[in-house]
Design a protein around this ligand. Sequence first.
Ligand code: UD1
Ligand code: CA
Length: 452
Amino acid sequence: MNIVILAAGMGKRMRSDLPKVLHTLAGKPLLAHVLERARELGPTRIITVYGHGGQAVPDAIHDPAVIWALQSPQRGTGHAVMQAAPHLDDNVPTLILYGDVPLTRTATLRHLVEIAQDGALALLTVTLPDPSGYGRIVRDGDRIVRIVEHKDADAATLAIREVNTGIMVVPTVALKRWLAGLSDDNAQGEYYLTDVIAAAVRDGVPVVGAQPEAVWETLGVNSRSQLAELERIHQRTLADALMEEGVALADPARLDIRGSLACGRDVFIDVGCVFEGEVRLGDRVRIGAHCVIRQAEIGADTEILPFTHIDEAQVGSAARIGPYARLRPGTILGEHTHVGNFVEMKNTQMAAGSKANHLAYVGDATVGERVNIGAGTITCNYDGVNKHRTIIEDDAFIGSDTQLVAPVRVGRGATLGAGTTLTRDAPADKLTVSRARQVTVEAWRRPVKKKV
Ligand code: UD1
Ligand code: CA
């Protein structure tokens, strides 16, 4: 089939400089959601009609498989499809989607395509308690005979609660003919795509209707509040799927997944967590409250304590990270590692059993096994121009408040005294300390206030 996605509309009620279809749901532009659904159907071609926002839309989506058709000015949904018409393959039917309706299930679309086989026009409709604003589905008995837009409807038609979602499958050769016959003689002075329904009826083409499982599948975004509503619906669907797979969620209403989250068995996720990109959690992983985890893999039995931020990092099994830890890109932690509060790690590989429990910056470092990094330790990895590595070998002990001025190496089993500023390599198994020797001044007396 051909798929045409209408995305030229303005979205005035968003009150935004960003074109509506580029506003994000689950971290992804609305239009990207629709394109993803479209691709799942394996279409012959995808044509997206853009207009408002101009080149910004194709530039942001940047998909070489999409044909872009410009609609300028925007003179209605029928006029939008006219812009796509030259790109349509006549041998297959055409599915029309809206770029601002992001949550239609693929199964619903497949069903619509199925019932349109043999050249019928298939229309996705829903029945709403409040149909205001929508095009009404006018039936004669069971048969759909036309769609009347809200602004063109008389009182009797306004009472109809079955409405047009805008999603339809149309035989392509006939579609081109019907588009050529559209007129803008209506309340809005627009070319209505919906007028093709009456044209199909006139030509004796069967018009069939189908309904989605859930009304939210057909909801569009016209305002920020509708966008937020769809976001919660989408997140609840993702949360339900996780619970179905056996994940324990402290509260399915307080979870945000902006990408994909794969979980092992008996994973627990506390409230307020955000997962971005691709995240994988091993068996029995526990995620504390208010963690942000992006593009990461967490090994089995690891506990991530509250308020931890992980970005492009890997954590081994049975580790304990946080509270308030920050793992930045390139960080790879082995099993049984501990990273505690206010510890920032970047591009650091730390092997099994090593710990940095409090207040440290460890960047561009290679840390061996069973190393203890004391509170206040800083790798001075940046000389103002270049970054340098710090190497800490197995079983080293880094005393508190130590600066490791890279490039520098701490040998296996070495101990650095607290307060050391290490500028040269520290030999294995020895104590290295750099600080002024402690003195006590015996004769010193604390000054006292002079009497006047
Ligand atoms: C349209 C339908 C209406 C249906 C409703 C569902 C028509 C005439 N009416 O209403 O029956 O109940 O959708 O939401 O089709 N667009 C363009 N170019 C344009 C105009 C619109 O690309 O010139 C796109 C919009 O970006 C949007 C979609 O078409 O994705 C629908 O436009 P919108 O203005 O929201 O729909 P209505 O015309 O109000
Ligand atoms: Ca709309």
